[in-house]
Ligand binder design. Structure first.
Ligand SMILES: [Zn+2]
Length: 671
């Protein structure tokens, strides 16, 4: 069974434990409480390799109400619903930790992995006898190297990670409790709602975009749509002039163009464009590309990538890096990839041509390189999603070694001699494919154009009048809101996808083109009024920066947590005071839900004000204002009457839902 004295190695997941055991030659598998652990040798010592299943500990409190700032770490299976399966891991590690000579945290090398191992060793073992191993792939070579030089614990990562958990916890529990309290009082029954430190600013951004779309009313302008004919073929043109504001002007231009019937080539531009290959993936870019090309959600991509990592096929996916440092032996990886069907040929070509320097991106990560294949080949049939994502990662890696692609672009400027209006006819063809051949997720669509010289004239084959409607902003998808979170600097690459899924699970949003639900709108209104400062991006980003500064040693955990508590306490006491003093209608009004005294004529919710002499809620009011504003372009441009305009709006798909409802209401009222 187990030796009397041993080193306890803690792996983040059972599959990682198996890989580590394999690499260290620990072949004796022992079952404890039905859980596999491995026994072998590490130098002169016995070693026991045991898995956890992610975090075994969580923060909890016994206090009710808010503000609450007293908390402790406790086993998740005791304090978190749905975590019963962790009890076994807890019991096994507890048994093993008691007799261990020293401890090695072999969880994934990042902030979360550091916290997972720290909590287990701190609570079940002895943190003074703990070490860390650092690796980016679960390959034998790298694991053997990592275990040959055990490192002291990475305290900066631990401190920063613990601080993040504490911040998220005190923020989440306090604001969730206050929010539930407010809504329960308004509804006269108990309602449980949740908010989150990074989740809430993200929800507010989704709401902003949703409302822009749902209250959208297009302005109208007018333009020409022309095609030319040359050598028996027709070509579409791009307009180089602004649309006309007035329909009459567009009509006159159309008549003139039809009258002349020809366009003259004014300018010929021919240029060669170099397309550089994309750098290898970091997690965000992988998530965006997999969403675009394969239709995966960011959370799904992370899950599948983690599975590939646990199979030793790719390096650690939770990385921000787009670099492949010199410590990575690319020639060796490429050689190992040559047996791959289809893709192997590209690896061979790179080796043959001596193309061994990858193009790198600018983003860096102190702990890990860019996501790249390890050179290990699949030794089982991969599931469809695994196979697709693996192929994408390998293609991207291979592409980064290739030279630039070369594309020839031709652009003709055509002018209508009678009106001076200019059009563009453009074409392109690929002269050298290079990386475009291997990275098939990017395509340069060739477009043929005739060969023309300056002064030549081409016949107009068709010319029509076209209406141009201004467009609403595109809705967020899971991938694009993830990009937004990265751009504004909230959350981490390891947490963003999960935060987005949480917003979905709460029922605040729905759909792949994300829409906000009524519940989401109400929660957002309360958060953005009563909890304004603490749900804004600025403060969230500021704390993200401070968390990073803990990791770099520039700040202490305690200092940052105290600051967060102070911010929260102030806000929460203010809310509690208001609730204890205020009547329900005052709370409603302060929370941006309308006064409750007058109701919206369109939907019956509490009214936020009077719009064109009609009481409306805030969203219908906003839609009304947009209808009134856009009407100018319709009236002045085409002389459309108000009622016809409203009817026209009901036919246009870009008109937002709330704007449509207001238009319907106004049509009924006109009658
Ligand atoms: Zn309304």
């Amino acid at each position: 069974m187990l030796p009397d004295s041993y080193v306890l190695v803690i792996a983040e997941k059972p599959r990682a434990a198996a890989k580590i055991a394999e690499a260290l030659g620990a072949r004796a598998r022992v079952k404890i409480d039905g859980l596999s652990v491995w026994v072998g040798r590490l130098g002169r010592d016995y070693v026991v390799i045991a898995p956890t299943a992610g975090h075994l500990y969580t923060l909890y409190t016994d206090e009710r109400g808010y503000p609450v700032f007293s908390y402790s770490w406790g086993p998740r299976w005791l304090y978190e619903r749905g975590s019963e399966h962790l009890r076994r891991y807890y019991n096994v590690l507890k048994k093993l930790a008691g007799r261990a000579k020293y401890y090695v945290n072999a969880c994934d090398y990042d902030v979360e992995g550091s916290v997972i191992g720290y909590n287990i060793i701190y609570h079940l073992g002895d943190i003074k006898r703990a070490y860390r191993v650092k690796f980016s792939t679960l390959t034998r070579e790298e694991l053997v190297r990592a275990f040959s030089k055990l490192q002291p614990l990475d305290w900066e990562n631990i401190e920063s990670g613990v601080a993040r958990h504490v911040l998220d916890w005190i923020w989440g529990i306090n604001v969730s409790r206050a929010l539930s309290d407010i809504v329960s009082r308004l509804h006269g029954r108990r309602v449980v709602l949740s908010a989150g430190r990074v989740q809430s600013p993200t929800l507010l951004e989704l709401v902003r975009r949703h409302l822009e779309r749902a209250t959208f009313v297009p302005e109208v302008s007018f333009t020409l749509s022309a095609r030319v004919e040359h050598g028996g073929r027709e070509y579409g043109l791009e307009n180089l002039f602004q649309p006309f504001r007035r329909l009459d002007d567009a009509r006159k231009a159309l008549e003139a163009l039809r009258g002349s019937g020809r366009l003259v080539v004014e300018r010929v531009e021919r240029r060669e464009v170099r397309l550089t290959p994309p750098p290898p993936f970091n997690l965000t870019e992988l998530q965006l590309e997999a969403a675009r090309a394969l239709g995966y959600s960011p959370a799904r991509t992370l899950e599948v990538a983690e599975s590939l990592y646990l199979e030793s096929l790719i390096s650690y996916p939770r990385t921000n890096s787009e670099k492949l440092p010199p410590t990575i032996d690319n020639a060796s990886i490429l050689r190992k990839l040559t047996p791959l069907p289809e893709l192997g040929a590209y690896a061979s070509e790179l080796l043959r041509r001596g193309l061994l320097r990858p193009r790198e991106g600018v983003r860096e990560d102190p702990a890990h390189p860019a996501i790249h294949p390890t050179g290990y080949l699949p030794n089982r049939r991969l599931r469809r999603e695994e196979a697709e994502l693996y192929e994408m990662i390998v293609r991207r890696y291979l592409a980064s070694f290739y030279p630039e692609a070369l594309v020839e672009e031709v652009s003709y400027t055509l002018v209508d001699p009678s009106t001076g209006l200019r059009f563009r006819l453009s074409g392109r063809r690929v002269l050298r494919y290079e990386w475009l051949r291997v990275y098939t997720y990017r395509r340069v669509e060739p477009a043929e154009v005739p060969s023309l010289t300056t002064g030549a004239s081409v016949g107009v084959s068709s010319a029509k009048l076209a209406r141009v409607y201004s467009r609403p902003p595109v809705p967020y998808s899971r991938a694009t809101i993830l990009r937004w979170m990265e751009d504004v600097g909230i959350g981490t690459e390891a947490t963003r996808a999960e935060i987005i899924e949480t917003i979905f699970r709460r029922g605040y949003v729905r759909g792949s083109r994300i829409e906000v639900t009524e519940l989401g709108l109400d929660v957002a209104r309360i958060l953005s009024t009563l909890f304004k400062e603490i749900t804004e991006v600025e403060l969230t980003r500021e704390f993200e920066r401070k968390l990073r500064e803990i990791a770099s040693g520039a700040r202490t955990k305690e200092e940052v947590i105290e600051e967060a508590k102070a911010k929260l306490r102030e806000k929460l006491l203010e809310v509690r005071r208001m609730l204890s003093e205020g009547r329900a209608d005052v709370i409603r009004e302060r929370a941006g839900l309308g006064s409750g005294l007058t109701t919206c004529a369109v939907c019956g919710r509490g009214a936020a004000g009077s719009y064109g002499g009609v009481s409306m809620c805030s969203v219908h009011g906003l839609a009304y204002e947009n209808i009134a504003r856009a009407y100018r372009s319709w009236r002045e441009g085409a002389g459309v009457g108000f009622e016809d305009y409203l009817r026209e709006l009901l036919r246009l798909r870009s008109v937002g839902r709330y704007a449509r409802e207001v238009a319907e209401y106004l049509i009924k009222r006109v009658r």
